[in-house]
Write a protein that binds this ligand. Sequence first.
Ligand code: SF4
Length: 365
Amino acid sequence: MWTVASYVLRQKLAGRKQYPLVLMLEPLFRCNLACAGCGKIQYPAHILKRDLTPEECFRAVDECGAPMVSIPGGEPLMHPQIGEIVEGLVARQKYIYLCTNALLLKEKIHLFHPSKYLTFSIHLDGQREEHDLAVCRDGGYDIAAEAVKEALKRGFRVTTNTTLFDGANPKSVRAFFDEMMDLGVEGMMLSPGYSYDKAPDQKHFLGRARTRRMFRAILSNRKKNWRFNLSPLFLEFLMGKRTYPCTPWGMPTYNIFGWQKPCYLLQDGYAETFAELLATTEWSNYGTESGNPACANCMVHSGYEASAVNATFSSLGGFLATVKATLFTGYRDEEALRLLDQPEAPVHPLIQIAPTSESLQETRA
Ligand code: SF4
């Protein structure tokens, strides 16, 4: 937290308006799962075969300068030089979140050494049944839970990352939080799913109004022992207590094609350098307020968590709100308790890249 705070304050003092917080480094697109809601593995075979070299990874990290590096994919443990990449980033004192479905973690864990800079961020989309359904793989939850135990036993930092889709049962999600805390993970990351146009299942993405309702039910009346690895103001954003514009440059994406415009989710071209990405992207064309239908229902962390962090350091009010949200985490809410007893049935809506009347209704809600 101190590293992030001092970094953001340095950017503010330098008068930098667009600064990266987390580099999303995708060293490959291959994966050993084929999840219904994933837009990353639908590339043709010759693309799926390609890897970023460690040198390309280091160049991107050095050029970008973000204090944190998230390594999603694809499945990063399938990269033949993932140990070397992580070692190079630890040497640079970057805080790394290695995002993995954990299917290969036990087999590959010898490639890594425990460090305060390295966290395994385990992809788990809910309790056993919900997770296995989301990743289209029976037994996926049990393998991941075993891998979490093994990594913790060996002294690694471990968090979870969870994507929630339309129809997620808030009660079950809360029970999942209990399970993760019992397992001993350090913190949990959450995000609503995004409607990748390449994802095979286009029916289960959430509109903004349903996202807020669902997260209000899940995150109100919190248990004291739940720990989240997210900005507290971003959690309030998900619950509908705050609105923020998107900050796509806050979590820029680098992969085998270059620097992806404008964000982790959309592909409106590529830049060769990070400076070129900042200079040549038409940022005003993106974010919910832009009217861009691709952004209409987006509330994902890669667009909005950097906005929440920026809000913390932009005013005394933002800072005090963060302190309050950190100290008083109960969020007592009777209506949210009622919502827990009436989980919404999925409506199989909207949220295609082309706007529909339903998606626009959700956006305005
Ligand atoms: S709103 Fe979402 S899809 Fe649009 S630029 Fe921001 S993060 Fe990307």
